[in-house]
Design a binder for this molecule. Structure first.
Ligand code: ADP
Ligand code: ADP
Ligand code: MG
Length: 665
């Protein structure tokens, strides 16, 4: 076994690898960028080496520096994590040339699986079922259109070099094919530097079911069962679970064996995932087709660990150091059910736009309360850390395990309720909403789940104005009491008046609307609150740090309340809300002045402009594409007009709020 390894990654996956290494008494070397100088993964390792600037190309993608760091620290092997260099065969080769073990498959296997079209040709030969499609070299548009016709609409055009849910276009009919092809090729060349595409049948109501495989250097292979990753937004996974609901023993074996055949065909070694798209037929039968193989450890590997009781990073280290696989196929077993939720910095109500900011509050489900209930949190951040625009938007993963799916689901909901994040927008409430949909609760899974459940998933308000306002009023009263010294009762600003009745008005902004609450200090010293058509006595109870106990309208509640400037964040078991306390003295600012400007919604890179100076554009037309935190965003025209000037070039980095182009009415 290795004595020391270098972890060529950051965030939760670097922390995850370090944890296993520590348990196995293997020393670890972290690498980091400027932005990550104080990051958790650096502290999780024994030593660390600075790589360079914050952008991945200046740090986590600079292999010569990473190899030099391994040499300088005496590391014997490199764990690439996922993303960054993990599926880069040149890096794997460079490791070997530098005398380092790359903890992953051989470069030839990475290469063979690297391009979707070529890997499908290989899989066809190995007898692995494929989605009906065209994956040939000839890229003549007329030929591709004929192939689409032969396959039958709807079809999916995919960039062969694509990944991360990018470079795909669904085409419904022949008339749309040429335009979709051109746009897919454009995105492919911009994002991956290669415009080759494949065309395949667009599977209806599909499920994404993938198989975890493992190979060793002695020619042994096993499959560690399946994960269902059908719940996706923008073709990216949101919730993952194992085992897949509705899976039969026969189908599990068939898929597992197909996945092993895929791995065997490329002499695979180490951890890999074979992704299948599964067609659900009306008669209940399921057909599976090979989609791609990810030649690395996957983000969602913990659900497999939960149901098998294994540590997949340990297996990776053992295999990389030449040991045989620890277990044989017949020794592997599924125990219970596990679900993972990806907590991301993003705004679900705004098309999942990634968000940046500082984790002013980051409270996790308490380990003690949940230890016996099997909740695992994989993260790489602490309270106070910034979610920067340089890396992806995943903050943490919550993984729960239960005897049954229902048990796991309830646990996940409870754990999400105890996840309090303030300072950056997240999808925590959205995830809870997904868990409660009829589709997810009853395991009616397919990749259109989020779309189908739109009506109950977006723009939801779980708490309501009265409770949110009561919490904000209580927060103000507590803050005022804390300011006044207890020995000076007359200095109390909370309306204590000795005798007589006193009223006070609070102005709020709640879900974009102005609202008011009226608080009455009654003669007997009690409080009476009127808000949103509800009124009742308001009482404030004991409050350990961060908690507020209030009794309003006959109901006694313990809430978690955090302030962020004028905003009060209220967390209750049924959900979380935000309410802004308005200063009645403040005048409405010119906050809408920016509405018509075409600015970058976040820091990122300009991918392309769809227009040029002088073009006439109409409202809603796509003008430019930006990329930030691994997502693409289209900037659309707010009104009809003429493009005056483009202010940046494709490839330029822009700051949040930077004006991208000018349009004259
Ligand atoms: P997994 O397949 O392991 O569940 P994803 O497919 O979401 O996870 O992403 C896997 C890795 O690929 C992540 O590390 C992510 O950072 C990286 N990734 C995702 N999108 C892109 C992209 N557009 N370009 C490069 N890397 C990406
Ligand atoms: P990536 O490399 O971006 O992960 P994949 O080929 O794995 O690309 O596809 C990503 C997602 O797109 C899948 O999980 C699935 O939701 C959807 N998808 C891919 N191929 C098809 C298909 N033929 N029919 C329907 N949906 C598909
Ligand atoms: Mg994929």
């Amino acid at each position: 076994m290795f004595q020391k390894i270098l972890i060529a990654n950051r965030g939760e996956i670097a922390c995850r690898v370090a944890a296993t290494a520590r348990r196995m008494a293997i020393r670890t070397v972290a690498v980091y960028s400027d932005a990550d100088a104080h990051a958790n993964h650096v502290r999780a390792c024994d030593e660390s080496v600075h790589l360079g600037g914050s952008a991945p190309k200046d740090s986590y993608l600079r292999w010569e520096r990473i190899l030099a760091a391994a040499k300088a620290t005496g590391a014997q092997a490199v764990h690439p994590g996922y993303g960054f260099l993990s599926e880069n065969e040149d890096f794997a080769r460079a490791c070997a040339e530098a005398g380092l073990v790359f903890i992953g498959p051989p470069p030839s296997a990475i290469q063979a699986m690297g391009l979707k079209a070529e890997s499908k040709q290989l899989m066809e030969k190995a007898g692995v079922p494929l989605v009906p499609g065209y994956h040939g070299k000839d890229q003549d548009p007329a030929l591709l259109a004929r192939e689409a016709e032969r396959i039958g609409y709807p079809v999916l055009i995919k960039a062969s070099a694509g990944g991360g849910g990018k470079g795909m276009r669904v085409v419904e009919k022949h008339a749309d094919f040429a335009a979709a092809l051109a746009s897919c090729q454009r995105e492919a060349i911009n994002s991956f530097g290669d415009d080759a595409v494949l065309v395949e049948k667009y599977v209806q109501r599909p499920r994404h079911i993938e198989i975890q495989v493992f190979g060793d250097t002695h020619g042994n292979y096993v499959y560690l069962f399946e994960r269902d990753c059908s719940v996706q937004r923008r073709h990216q996974k949101v919730l993952e679970e194992a085992p897949a609901p509705g899976m039969t023993e026969a189908m599990r074996r068939e898929m597992g064996e197909a996945a092993v055949a895929a791995a065997r065909a490329v002499n695979y070694v180490g951890a890999g995932t074979v992704e299948f798209i599964v067609e659900q037929r009306n008669d209940g039968a399921m057909n599976f087709f090979f989609m791609e193989m990810n030649t690395r450890l996957q983000v969602e590997h913990p659900v497999t660990e939960a149901i098998t009781g294994l540590d997949l990073v340990e297996w990776q280290l053992r295999v990389a150091s030449g040991e045989p696989l620890p277990l044989k196929q017949e020794q592997l077993q599924i125990n219970g059910h596990a679900i993972e939720a990806r907590i991301c910095a993003e705004n679900p109500d705004n098309n999942f736009l990634p968000a940046t900011g500082t984790l002013r509050v980051y409270r996790k489900p308490s380990a003690t309360a949940f230890q016996r209930s099997r909740v695992r949190i994989d993260d790489g951040v602490r309270e106070g850390d910034a979610i920067s625009p340089f890396y992806d938007s995943m903050i943490a993963k919550l993984i729960v395990h239960g005897a049954t799916r229902e048990e796991a689901l309830a646990r996940l909901d409870a754990a999400l309720a105890q996840t309090h994040i303030v300072g950056v927008a997240t999808n925590v409430q959205f995830l809870r909403g997904v868990l409660r949909t009829d589709s997810f609760a009853h395991a009616k899974l397919d990749t259109a789940l989020i779309e189908r459940e739109r009506a109950v998933l977006f723009d939801q308000e779980p708490l309501g104005l009265p409770l949110a306002a009561a919490a904000a009023v209580v927060r103000t009263l507590l803050a005022e009491r804390a300011q006044a010294a207890p020995s000076e009762p007359f200095a109390r600003r909370d309306g204590w008046r000795g005798f007589g009745q006193y009223q006070r008005r609070f102005d709020f902004e709640f879900r974009g609307e102005a609202q008011q609450a009226l608080l009455t200090y009654r003669r007997d010293g009690s409080l009476w609150l009127q808000v949103g058509g509800v009124e009742g006595a308001l009482a404030i109870g004991q409050f350990p740090a961060g908690e507020v106990e209030l009794q309003f309208n006959g109901l006694r509640r313990t809430l978690n309340v955090y302030e962020e400037g004028a905003t009060t964040h209220v967390f209750a078991p049924e959900g979380a809300s935000r309410i802004v306390t308005l200063d009645p003295m403040a005048h409405a600012g010119d906050t809408h002045a920016d509405a018509g400007r075409l600015t970058a919604p976040m820091p990122g890179k300009v991918v392309s402009f769809a227009v040029k100076a002088g073009d006439k554009v109409s409202r809603g037309q796509a003008l430019a594409v930006m990329e930030a935190m691994k997502m693409e965003h289209t900037i659309a025209a707010p009104a009809d007009g003429t493009v005056e000037e483009l202010l940046y070039l494709p490839g330029d980095q822009v700051a949040e709020g930077a004006e991208l182009l000018r349009i004259a009415a």
